[in-house]
Design a protein around this ligand. Structure first.
Ligand code: MLT
Length: 275
């Protein structure tokens, strides 16, 4: 029987991190995109927690977690996830990261490969930012500072959702906007700096030795299918799924397909089959 969902905060590396821990079985830890929060995984939590232990976390700077005004790095986010797993007595998990969540997974795998049972890299990319991309991050941080999170929502929503979702799914647009507007400027700008500074993970891809599944929305323009194919070509044994009709937030736009892919991957791993 499915356990009741628990939403709690734990003190992790000196700050309060909010997380949900639902269900039992093989743990799957979900890391959200920028600038959202753990509720972007609601459909995954609902669908998968009857079979697996599903953990979602508001990363430092997001949602109900603390957003200190300080330097943010993706290594630090990876340390937070590792410390949360320790707190929950989880030795190994399947880790699913979408976009910024995927960038954090590269940092996590570099530091703690033995804690990873399998990786799902969704709508993400291995390349570092270009100089132009880094400039864009600093400009966006200025927008956050001067105009607040609502202006960030205006900028980000067309990058996150497909034109069809934007024109015909106002509820989804509202959900995404609410997540973005719930963040603090310190967290938004902290993430932007962290992403701007992230390492190029391309040379590291062939060192990823765990089972890996790559997912991308066919309409994703932020991290397009060509980025996903590059990762699939270089990570030994990686599989690739391209989800029709989805853009960057593939898990929100096509949740059933996304859930089927993650469930099949985790099920194989829980049965000890090599994927
Ligand atoms: C995300 O969805 O996490 C962001 O689009 C990532 C990025 O800005 O590179």
């Amino acid at each position: 029987m499915r356990e009741r969902e628990r939403t709690v905060q734990a003190i992790i590396n000196g700050i309060a991190l909010a997380y949900s821990d639902t269900g039992s079985g093989l743990p799957i830890v979900f890391l959200h995109a920028f600038p959202l929060n753990r509720t972007m995984w609601s459909a995954q939590e609902q669908a998968l927690s009857s079979q697996f232990r599903v953990i979602t976390v508001d990363l430092r700077g997001h949602g109900e977690s603390d957003a200190p005004l300080w330097r943010y790095t993706l290594d630090q986010a990876a340390d937070d996830v590792r410390a949360l797993m320790d707190h929950l007595s989880i030795r190994q998990a399947v880790l699913v990261g979408l976009s910024m969540g995927g960038y954090i997974l590269f940092a996590f795998y570099r530091k703690f490969p033995d804690r990873v049972k399998g990786l799902v890299l969704a709508d993400t990319r291995a390349q570092a930012d270009t100089a132009e991309g880094r400039d864009g991050r600093f400009q966006m941080a200025q927008v956050a500072y001067r105009q607040g999170p609502a202006a960030i929502a205006d900028l980000m929503i067309p990058k996150l959702l497909s034109p069809a979702s934007i024109s015909s799914n106002p509820e989804l647009v509202r959900t995404v906007r609410t997540m973005i507007e719930g963040n603090q400027i310190s967290g938004i700008s902290g993430d932007l700096m962290a992403m701007a500074e992230r390492a190029d993970s391309i040379p590291f891809l062939n060192e990823i030795a765990c089972p890996t599944h790559i997912i991308v929305g066919e309409l994703d323009q932020a991290t397009p299918p060509s980025d996903a194919k590059l990762m699939a070509d270089r990570i030994p044994g990686a599989r690739l799924s391209i989800i029709p009709g989805a853009a960057h937030l593939a898990n929100l736009e096509q949740p059933d397909t996304f859930n089927r892919i993650v469930a099949a991957f985790a099920l194989e791993l829980s049965k000890g089959k090599q994927t």
